[in-house]
Design a protein around this ligand. Structure first.
Ligand code: UT7
Length: 319
């Protein structure tokens, strides 16, 4: 029997305040028509006072632990993927740990922006298979609204806040994470970045993006990393029950599915309701589709994401 990291529970959390495209059109020169046509986005949730990356993450973890029927005290590893931590340090994962009442475990953040959850999942999978952990919380949580330039219509309409989490357990068997693939190409820093940071400007900075160039890279990189991860697991496109993609733009999801010959019905789409929640988008979409009954135990699921860096990655798992 093979030791694998199995996803045994999912959870998610969204800020209470939901903002429509019409609401945004009151603030910047945009329209519901443009946003829907170019991105598929209709709504996003925006964190208010008291809602932070760690509070949303904690909420998502509590729901994931409950779904998995696992006690917080059993968790020996927490990895939180985020580009919007509560503080520059310590890691927001340690705030989640404290909020969950866990006295001692491994806890750290991973910074790979929109691909962060795939990076975190892959690290947790490796640690579990190496015997360094048995029960892990892997989280994507973001409050991107706090690093948006609300005067810049080319970025502020695209993002939202939220969190998603999974509980991973070391289990012998055929279910669990079958393969992962990660990539980065730092030459593209200038296409998607934040124009500040502790070591450069001493400020937090705001998101800047050359959207159409990111779009081109996204479709190519996502199609190729999905193919790579399926090859690693000796599986083909026809074996896939569901794809849970990073939710940046409905047109990217459609184009990537077309490139791989995947029917649109197999692609989980939440970008219309949540916009781009960066590292949170994949686990948020996964939780939604598990809870509404589409994704079931035994299904073969491919997760994928691409973001600033550039970074990109994919994971194939049997649930
Ligand atoms: O999560 C990380 C990965 N991120 C992504 O994958 C994002 C990838 N990129 C995209 O999703 C798309 O490129 C965008 C949605 C960002 C933009 O769509 P596009 O079809 O590439 O539009 P564009 O940037 O080429 O802009 C087209 C026009 C421009 O006007 P002109 O120069 O043609 O007169 C923009 O100024 O649309 C204008 N525009 C807007 N108009 C109304 C840009 N933003 C807006 C807006 N409302 N919010």
């Amino acid at each position: 029997m093979t030791l694998r990291a199995r996803i045994v529970g999912t959870g998610s959390a969204l800020p209470k305040t939901r903002v429509s495209n019409e609401d945004l059109a009151q603030r910047v020169d945009t329209s519901d028509e443009w946003i829907v046509a170019r991105t598929g986005i209709r709504f996003r949730h925006i964190a208010q006072d008291g809602e932070t990356t760690s509070t949303l993450a904690t909420d998502a973890c509590q729901k994931a632990l409950k779904a998995a029927n696992v006690e917080a005290g059993e968790v020996d590893l927490i990895i939180l993927a985020t580009a919007t931590p509560d503080q520059t340090f310590p890691a927001s994962a340690t705030k989640v740990q404290a909020a969950l009442g866990i006295d001692d475990c491994i806890a750290f953040d991973v910074a790979a922006v929109c691909s962060g959850f795939l990076y975190a999942l892959s690290v947790a999978d490796s640690m579990i298979r190496a015997g360094a952990a048995r029960t892990a919380l892997v989280i994507g949580s973001e409050t991107f609204s706090r690093i948006l330039d609300w005067e810049d219509r080319t970025t502020c309409v695209l993002f939202g806040d939220g969190a998603g989490a999974v509980v991973l357990r070391a289990e012998e068997g055929e279910s669990g994470i079958l393969a992962t693939a990660l990539h980065a190409d730092g030459r593209h820093n200038g296409l998607l970045y934040v124009d500040g940071g502790p070591s450069t400007t001493g400020t937090v900075g705001k998101v800047r993006m050359k959207g159409s160039e990111v779009f081109r890279h996204a479709v190519t990189n996502l199609a190729s990393v999905m193919k790579e991860v399926l090859d690693k697991a000796s599986l083909g496109t026809d074996d896939i029950d569901w794809v849970v993609p990073h939710q940046a733009n409905a047109r990217i999801l459609d184009a990537t599915a077309r490139k791989l010959g995947l029917p649109a019905e197999k692609v989980i789409m939440t970008v219309d309701q949540h916009a781009n929640t960066s590292a949170a988008s994949v686990p948020l979409a996964l939780d939604l589709a598990v809870r509404d009954g589409r994704i079931k135990s035994g299904d073969l699921v491919v997760l994928e994401a691409m973001g600033g860096g550039f970074t990109w990655g994919a994971c194939v798992a049997r649930l």
